[in-house]
Write a protein that binds this ligand. Structure first.
Ligand code: SAM
Length: 258
């Protein structure tokens, strides 16, 4: 309930999860808020989410997604958090069968509108926590960008289990996330305390029921988490040096594939 600044810094440094903090009124709030918050964002600024001039950014994200990996055009692809279908459209041009999932009906409406001419895309409504609508071992490639940083850690970890379950043993998982950089670790936490927008990017996570401010992860932390969740051949690359441009990939470890 009450955590002093010192205790919070110690918990982050030692990476000791505080059970009280994570138990969780806030997580339950997050669960019920995610859909409403993203619906509101889609409705409030639908032009921003559906704008066609984001083609350049989508093309560049697609290049990062495909950089160095060999996936056949016949692949079955899943995108988590399609938004207005910015990259889904690029994927649909590239692959034979594309699935997308999102927690927001309003975002899905924008995506369906953008993708109305494509017969090889199916967009599904998810609960924001799992991929239970898909069977085991269905996808050759699972992809996500600009989504996981908005989720409380526990939801991100839950998605990793699910991604592992729905991937084919030969599959590839690639996602973008915010990187918690080394320089950020030496900036005094106290200085950032009141700068909420910088919290997740540099230091402490925002509250779990915040569906916007980015959480960030160090490379070591991501490697540990992904290994724990059964991924191997983990690779990371930051294309621009900007914290938000860390792209991570991994493959399901063969012996524990479902
Ligand atoms: C910033 S937009 C990014 C959209 C798209 N990936 C892109 O790069 O253009 C974040 C999207 O993630 C979706 N989202 C947020 N939380 C989610 C969750 N827990 N599960 C699935 N989708 C989620 C939102 O509804 C929104 O469409």
């Amino acid at each position: 309930m009450f955590r002093s600044g010192v205790a919070k810094v110690a918990a982050i440094h030692l990476e000791v999860p505080n059970p009280c903090y994570h138990l969780t009124y806030q997580l339950r709030q997050a669960e019920s808020k995610m859909e409403a918050d993203w619906d509101r964002r889609a409705r409030g600024n639908s032009r921003r989410w559906s704008d066609v001039d984001d083609l350049k950014s989508a093309t560049s994200d697609l290049q990062k997604l495909l950089d160095g990996i060999k996936v056949r055009k016949e692949a079955t692809v899943l995108e988590i958090g399609v938004g207005s279908g910015r990259i889904t459209k690029q994927l649909a041009n590239h692959f034979e069968e594309v699935y997308g999932i999102d927690v927001s009906n309003e975002m899905i409406r924008l995506a369906i509108e953008r993708l109305r001419d494509f017969r090889n895309v199916k967009i599904d409504k998810g609960d924001g926590r799992d991929l239970s609508i898909y069977p085991n071992c269905k996808f050759d490639l699972v992809f996500s960008t600009r989504v996981f940083q908005h989720l409380p850690r526990r939801f991100f970890l839950g998605y990793l289990d699910e991604v592992h379950r729905v991937m084919k043993p030969t599959g590839m998982f690639r996602f973008q996330i915010f990187e918690r950089t080394a320089i950020a670790r030496i900036i005094p936490w106290i200085w950032l305390r009141n700068m909420r927008h910088l919290h997740g990017r540099f230091w402490a996570d925002p509250p779990d029921d915040d569906t916007w401010i980015s959480r960030s992860y160090s490379r070591e932390e991501l490697t540990r988490i992904l290994e724990m969740k059964g991924f191997f051949e983990i690779a990371m690359r930051n294309y621009s040096g900007y914290e938000g441009d860390l792209w991570v990939s991994g493959r399901p470890t063969p012996d524990i594939v479902n």
